[in-house]
Design a protein around this ligand. Sequence first.
Ligand code: ATP
Ligand code: MG
Length: 238
Amino acid sequence: RKAVQRITTGSKALDELLGGGVETQSITEIYGPYGSGKTQFCHQMAVTVQLDEEKGGLGRGAMYIDTEGTFRPERILQIAERFKLDPEHTLKNILYARAFTSDHQMIVTERAESYIKERDIGLIIVDSLISHFRGEYVGRETLAERQQKLNKYLHKLLRLALGYNMAVIVTNQVVADPTAFFGDPNKPAGGHVLGHGVTARLYIKRGKKDRRVIKLVKSPYLPEGTVEVAITQGGIED
Ligand code: ATP
Ligand code: MG
């Protein structure tokens, strides 16, 4: 088996929190409320994975599975410029796929395998992992089926991550946690299936002005911790 590699997030503080960056051979989840910066994080990582290894990337391309239609090519161009990458080339190195339903999302991901080899993809992004699942399976009686399908999907992603020494980043939404007396009333959607299915879990929320607070809430070997970053024209930074 190949050694695990790490992709820089563009923030020193966040890289340190993650033990060096986003890992290959695992699934990293980022969850948080609307407008907290999940999609910004995805755009950023689609660029930084393309950096040379000595600059913190893998020197490989990205695949972006978009379920909400929020991918913005202009944003990639801006972030690429900050990292002194050729913007158009960086954009071309992102294989973009829109997924219109949860079934479609499964199929797109299955078909990704041939592209991963062909285009040397080092990162798969699924933004958002859960929106179609939540939209299509409403009501208690469909929950078990939804969770089973979600579980299957997560295994598919993990298999790809392991097979190709790739990183996988998924975004997730928050739901109200009625049991939260103190602290944050938000918890990640997807229940135990998602909680167990992902390797590392990050929580992002708004801070003052352009600041964002990011907390590592689950890791197989790193302590919990919180850092602050900024979202600017150039993406996520310290
Ligand atoms: P949702 O749950 O709705 O998908 P999200 O967590 O994906 O939300 P993002 O779309 O990543 O949220 O974040 C949007 C926010 O990112 C904007 O409100 C703005 O604060 C910030 N942002 C976006 N583009 C820029 C930019 N060019 N410069 C600075 N900040 C930006
Ligand atoms: Mg988003």
